[in-house]
Design a protein around this ligand. Structure first.
Ligand SMILES: Cc1ncc(COP(=O)(O)O)c(C=O)c1O
Length: 428
């Protein structure tokens, strides 16, 4: 098959040789072409295999140890002995797979226990586990709203929330990122009988910015709108109890549903939705990723359960992480790197052009620091960043050395390639 036509199949009758190839959008995807290009910065960082756990200093498959500023292991629990042991025990007891949906055979005591403890953590009536953070967002947004209702989605939410909103029966309206006037004007324009739900990330995953949740909850209250907050990058990071941006900004009680990913602070894989009992029951009855997909494997549930318990028993981990985030921001700022303003464990250093982003990533990597290069098309051209993520278990020497090295790498790359077309502090 060539040129986007199935016609090249010579076994087709002549009349069908002009049939278009429905796989053409895959074959011709410009991002896939970029990722095939080994010089593309995103492809370089995505393609580096690790040879060990995502620890502050990680062994990579090339045999070299590097300071790891590029994982979601915020509380440092992914290699914790207690977490590993609990997962091992569950593996021995329950086997490698739940081998079915939660609504059939896939529920173990561990699933129920984790749901209970997550609901307790957030002070909600219920929690629903899903097999990924993506699926938590899809399970929730695809089961709320009628065609007459409206989802008001911040333009920069995680891709899974955009996809989940598109899977909803409601109408999707985007508002400008973190722009309260934009949100307010859209709320004002709504039919007063339409259901309205505002959808935000607590912490934005590429820039580390917080959503202005106090003002957003005020707007929701004034307009009778519900609020959904994705706390994938807030859980374990913000608030004294590690509940995320909602706790940090004192509005947790005003959020109608919180979604999380277990793959970051909770050292596992999976997701969850914390909400009312009635809403949770509705999700369990109707959501495709819950009803028609296999349950989380018991070992990953055990890992997350142990991680939640450690997080709650050792709040000093959360404060150490917060100190580490502040330290890295300070080191970068002192070294002239101007990280985007934020309070979470995601620290984004603007690099500018794709070339500068790629060169800065390579220099940092070659000198012993692993980061995430974020370039076009994840962000608009000219607004690339090196995305650094912090762990509670990094020590001061590691963060100082790595921060200075990253700042120097960015400076050198911008000197060589220019800093792109745009000097704004926000990447999009
Ligand atoms: C804000 C946000 N929500 C959801 C997800 C998806 O989580 P998962 O990887 O568990 O599917 C991510 C992943 O990076 C994220 O950043």
């Amino acid at each position: 098959m060539t040129d986007g036509l199935v016609a090249a199949r010579s076994d087709l009758p002549a009349a069908l040789r002009g049939r278009r190839d429905p796989f053409a959008p895959l074959h011709e995807n410009p991002l896939a072409a970029l990722l095939r290009d080994p010089r593309h910065p995103g492809s370089a960082s995505a393609a580096v295999p690790t040879g060990g756990a995502p620890l502050p200093v990680t062994r990579y498959a090339d045999g070299r140890d590097r300071v790891n500023l590029g994982t979601g292991n915020y509380l440092g629990l992914a290699g914790d002995r207690r977490v590993v042991e609990s997962a091992t025990e569950a593996l021995r007891r329950y086997g490698t797979s739940a081998s079915g949906s939660r609504v059939l055979n896939g529920t173990t005591r561990l699933h129920l226990q984790l749901e209970e403890e997550l609901a307790d953590l957030y002070g909600t009536e219920a929690a629903v586990l899903t097999s990924s953070g993506v699926n938590a967002n899809v399970a929730l947004l695809s089961t709320i709203c009628t065609p007459d209702d409206v989802l008001l989605v911040d333009a920069h939410v995680h891709a899974s929330l955009h996809a989940a909103a598109a899977a909803s029966r409601g109408q999707v309206v985007r508002w400008s990122h973190n722009d309260l006037e934009s949100l307010a004007s859209r709320l004002q324009q709504l039919d007063p009988r339409a259901g309205a739900v505002v959808v935000v990330d607590g912490v934005y995953s590429m820039t580390g910015e917080l959503a202005p949740l106090r003002e957003i909850t005020d707007l929701c209250a004034r307009h009778g709108a519900r609020l959904v907050v994705d706390e994938a990058h807030g859980l374990g990071v913000l608030g004294d109890g590690g509940r995320g941006a909602g706790e940090e900004l004192g509005v947790l009680d005003d959020v109608d549903a919180v979604t999380i990913a277990l793959s970051k602070s909770l050292a596992s894989v999976g997701g969850a939705i914390m909400t009312t009992r009635a809403a949770a029951d509705g999700i369990r009855a109707a959501a495709m990723p819950y009803v028609f997909s296999a349950a989380n494997d018991p070992a990953s549930v055990a890992a997350a359960l142990t991680a939640v318990r450690i997080m709650r028993a050792e709040p000093e981990r959360i404060s150490r992480l917060q100190d580490n985030c502040a330290l890295l921001r300070r080191v970068l700022t002192d070294a002239g790197a101007r990280p985007i303003e934020g309070r979470g464990a995601v620290v984004a250093v603007p690099t500018g052009s794709d070339e500068a982003t790629g060169a800065a990533w390579r220099t940092a990597f070659d000198n012993g620091v692993y980061t995430n290069a974020v370039a076009y098309p994840a962000v608009p051209r000219g607004r690339g960043v090196l995305r650094l993520t912090v762990m509670a278990t990094h020590n001061e020497a590691q963060l100082r050395a790595a921060g200075e090295l990253v700042a120097a790498a960015v400076r050198a790359a911008q000197g060589e390639h220019g800093d792109g077309v745009d000097d704004r502090r926000s990447v999009a």
